[in-house]
Design a protein around this ligand. Structure first.
Ligand code: ATP
Ligand code: MG
Length: 338
């Protein structure tokens, strides 16, 4: 991607800066797998801490199966955590028990699903889902206002003529068009944080940049924050302020996007960057083993990356490394990284 990154938000001054919008501590999700006789525990997400501040785009990257969608689903309350806490504007999600609070949270923090069919009902035209969401989450709108709002959000994601798109059924749209409808649905709620799980993976480059610019504009003009999940480092670089790198259920590196890409600390981040066509970051010399990321079933102690790591030392087999701050705001979970 050759376009220049959009200007980052100048942010709010430290005096008026409120606390984090969304915050997770010790977030953990285990799944039981293997049937009754050979029951095992799959560690999809283990001990993840993350913060999304107002007007911030945080990218979450990592290979397939590393736990990215599970993190988003936990934050969206699609899954209940095995352990750990999520707070929205300081309030624990576990304490939001009433239907009203849950609905409010879902409209403030909607999720754009990786598979756009998950959020579109095949039996109804596209307008149905958006309209239903508006009735539920913005009951103050009249019918004509709902129609106008549906047209606005569909146009925002670059689908025109919007009225025509709204009347079509999901199966009449391409994968990329469905993906943008999923995004439009989230916009209709006037959210504060959008959990966007690979929202542009099916789009070609020009439309992809258009949607990334929509994200940047929403941040600038409406103070919307994003958790932006992607495999595509170039798009993470284009749009995000901070980067979180996930490996086998753990966050292994986090920091300002430009800094992480220019000087990745964790050997896994270096591996990940060596696999993209724009390896502008300082990558270790020579090839690193590009084996598959593990499915983390009943894990032993120690670093989960050690079998693929060219720098592993004895401690990596016994002690799971915690995230350590190596320069201001830039942390890595590695015994060796400096
Ligand atoms: N409902 C579930 N039941 C059992 N295992 C699950 C479930 N959801 C996810 N997993 C497992 O948890 C791990 C993490 O999956 P997840 O979908 O979060 O990965 P991901 O990083 O989003 O991958 P991708 O990039 O392919 O979308 C995988 O091993 C997956 O098989
Ligand atoms: Mg996923």
């Amino acid at each position: 991607m050759s376009a220049e990154p959009p200007a980052g938000g100048e942010g709010v001054s430290s005096q008026e800066r409120p606390g984090p919008l969304l915050e997770a501590t010790g977030l953990t999700k285990h799944f039981k797998v293997g049937g009754n006789l050979a029951r095992k525990t799959l560690h999809a997400v283990d001990d993840v801490d993350l913060v999304i501040n107002p007007r911030e785009i945080v990218a979450l990257v990592g290979e397939s199966g590393s736990g990215k969608s599970t993190v988003a689903r936990l934050l969206a309350r699609v899954y209940m955590p095995t352990r750990g806490e999520i707070r929205y504007r300081g309030q624990s999600l576990a304490s939001m028990r009433s239907r009203r609070q849950s609905m409010r949270y879902r409209s403030d923090v909607p999720m754009v699903f990786q598979d756009p069919f998950s959020s579109l009902n095949p039996a109804y035209p596209v307008s149905h889902g958006i309209n239903r969401g508006l009735i539920l989450h913005r009951p103050e709108l009249s019918r004509p206002q709902r129609r106008a709002e549906a047209i606005r959000v569909v146009e925002t994601v670059g689908l025109r003529p919007a009225a025509h798109i709204l009347d079509r059924f999901p199966y009449e749209l391409s994968g990329g068009q469905r993906q943008r409808i999923g995004f439009a649905q989230a916009l209709a709620y006037r959210p504060t944080v959008i959990l966007a799980d690979e929202p542009v993976s099916m789009l070609d480059v020009s439309i992809r940049i258009g949607l990334l610019n929509v994200m940047a504009d929403l941040r600038e003009q409406e103070d919307v924050s994003f958790l932006y999940i992607t495999h595509d480092i170039a798009s993470a670089r284009y749009v995000s302020d901070r980067l979180l790198v996930m490996y086998a259920g753990h966050i292994v590196e986090s920091g300002p996007t430009e800094e992480v890409l220019a000087a990745p600390k964790h050997p896994y981040t270096q591996l990940l960057l060596s696999a993209v066509p724009d390896p502008r970051a300082g990558i270790a010399d020579g090839p690193i083993d590009k084996g598959e990321p593990p499915r983390v079933v009943d894990p032993l102690p120690g670093c989960r990356f050690r079998r693929r790591c060219p720098l592993a030392i004895d401690a990596c087999s016994t002690v799971s490394p915690a995230l350590r701050e190596l320069s201001p705001g830039h942390s890595a979970a590695c015994h060796v990284a400096r």
